[in-house]
Write a protein that binds this ligand. Structure first.
Ligand code: MG
Ligand code: ZN
Length: 221
């Protein structure tokens, strides 16, 4: 019987992820891995950010889903170049899928490449895709206990975006607790409170992302 250790697979993934990152950097494409549960508002957040930037940003998107093209169709509708990855049951994206998807995207002129990961707070944490920045979206209806219950994904993210913040008056979500839990796990991470519906918090997030992109590729600020 042949046994392949999960550690070895992850090591191979890390190597490929580093190659992806180098390729993106070489083309001055800033790559962001957006993770979060199904229904946390990842696609809606992308739509809102792209509307916020308008012509000032040239995004492209890789959509990861187990099945279907619902989110990719939403990107096409707003004129954003998109490639859909269907994982066929796999619950996360890996670096080899991103390498293959990127080959099907025209990256010339693209400044920001977004990867919308499969909705999942568990194993998406373990897979570096070659991104420059990882953002975790947590919608307030999901509850303020998720950071405690799924620490790895929060610990390994550069920013926490609390989404659907306009629903707070109807919920028992404790924003201060979520902030404290996140700060304990990831002291360097930024925390944003956003409503794609009302626009609250969007400008702050949009500005921070542009700054991070500029810091990563100074020649194209
Ligand atoms: Mg989505
Ligand atoms: Zn998985």
């Amino acid at each position: 019987m042949k046994i392949v250790a999960a550690k070895k697979i992850l090591k191979a993934n890390d190597q490929l992820a580093n190659e992806n990152r180098a390729a993106f950097s070489g083309r001055q494409v800033f790559c962001i891995n957006l993770v979060g549960s199904p229904g946390s508002g990842k696609t809606t957040l992308l739509e809102a950010l792209f509307a916020q930037w308008g012509q000032r940003c040239a995004p492209a998107v890789i959509e990861g889903d187990i099945a279907g093209q619902v989110d990719a169709q939403r990107m096409e509708q707003i004129g954003v170049p998109v490639v859909q990855i269907n994982t066929d049951g796999m619950c996360h994206l890996d670096a080899s899928m991103i390498a293959a998807a990127a080959q099907n995207l025209e990256l010339t002129g693209v400044t920001m490449l977004w990867i919308e990961n499969v909705g999942n707070l568990v194993c998406t944490a373990g897979y570096d895709l070659g991104e420059h920045l990882r953002i975790v979206a947590l919608s307030v209806p999901e509850g303020d206990d998720k950071i405690i219950k799924y620490p790895a994904i929060f610990q390994r993210s550069d920013a926490l975006v609390l989404t659907k913040i306009d629903l707070l008056p109807h919920l028992n979500f404790r924003t201060a607790k979520a902030r404290a839990d996140m700060q304990r796990l990831a002291p360097e991470a930024r925390i944003f409170e956003v409503s794609a519906r009302t626009g609250q918090g969007l400008p702050e997030l949009a500005t921070w992302l542009v700054e991070r992109r500029a810091a990563a590729a100074p020649s194209r600020s």
